[in-house]
Design a protein around this ligand. Structure first.
Ligand SMILES: [Zn+2]
Length: 270
């Protein structure tokens, strides 16, 4: 499942191919991919919109258009591609946006999604969708002081709390496990037991794993997301039974809140 670094990498890759292009029309091939508005209104409103900005918030890919914003959440298996002018739609293509360049050149932005969990919104008020998200971990609103206070307001285990997008936005299973290991914190530790020093370590760790993830173009752990290299630098994720890079103890895998969780039982003592 693409997390913040994967979505950021996709946005950076696609940006030069999208900015300044005008949307000729859109072919919605699986209507349930569209969360808002109705398919009819979607086709009508998107036509003629110019792409002003290509950005990201948490795991949402965002195209700021002349009047609207097109928000795409890739969820489990979504991916985005730029393709040439003449394309034959493929089985898992859910949305094809036809683009016109200022020099008359044509291209297509294709949203493909085998498992169909991905969602799209076209809205004049992106905050309707994004408003409930917690702070952006690489943004200014996220500080170690905020994190310490926020952790103490909750009485939850660290792992599920960090996955909660309304608490902090953008982390998924991989980067949460990596950040907790780097901060030497147990995934099952109670959020209200975290000291100021531990909150500082967690703050630094979250930012570091995300930044390294972006630098490595994200992590490619399955056939969905390609081209990333961060999987070669995992400290704990997907390393069950392998030695901890710090102390040599076998990495353990447990299930927390139905999510597979990897940690070093020695470095991350509860
Ligand atoms: Zn260790």
């Amino acid at each position: 499942m693409p997390e913040l670094p994967e979505v950021e990498t996709i946005a950076r890759k696609l940006r030069p191919h999208l900015i300044g292009k005008t949307i000729k029309d859109a072919d919605l091939r699986w209507s349930r991919t569209l969360a808002f508005p109705s398919p009819g209104k979607f086709r009508e409103r998107i036509k003629g919109q110019e792409i002003k900005e290509v950005t990201r918030r948490a795991k949402y890919f965002i195209l700021r258009l002349s009047e609207y914003s097109l928000l795409i959440h890739l969820r489990m298996s979504g991916d985005l591609f730029i393709k040439g002018s003449k394309i034959k739609p493929e089985k898992h293509d859910r949305l094809i946006v036809r683009l016109l360049a200022k020099d008359g050149g044509l291209s297509n932005l294709v949203f493909t999604d085998t498992r169909k969990f991905g969602r799209i919104w076209l809205t004049a008020n992106p905050e309707d969708v994004l408003g409930k998200l917690g702070p952006e971990p690489l943004g200014k609103g996220f500080t170690s002081e905020w994190l310490h206070t926020a952790l103490h307001k909750k009485h939850r285990q660290l792992k599920p709390l960090l996955l909660d997008q309304t608490f902090l936005a953008g982390l998924g299973n991989i980067y949460t496990d990596e950040a907790l290991n780097l901060a030497k914190l147990n995934p099952l530790a109670g959020s209200d037991s975290i000291t100021v020093k531990q909150a500082e370590a967690l703050y630094e760790a979250v930012r570091q794993v995300l930044k390294v993830g972006i630098r490595r173009n994200g992590a490619s752990i399955d056939w969905v997301y390609r081209g990333g290299e961060f999987q070669n630098y995992f400290r704990v994720y997907d390393r069950e039974g392998k030695p901890c890079l710090v102390c040599g103890t076998s990495i353990q895998r447990i299930v927390v809140g139905q999510r597979s969780t990897h940690f070093c039982p020695k470095c991350q003592v509860r």
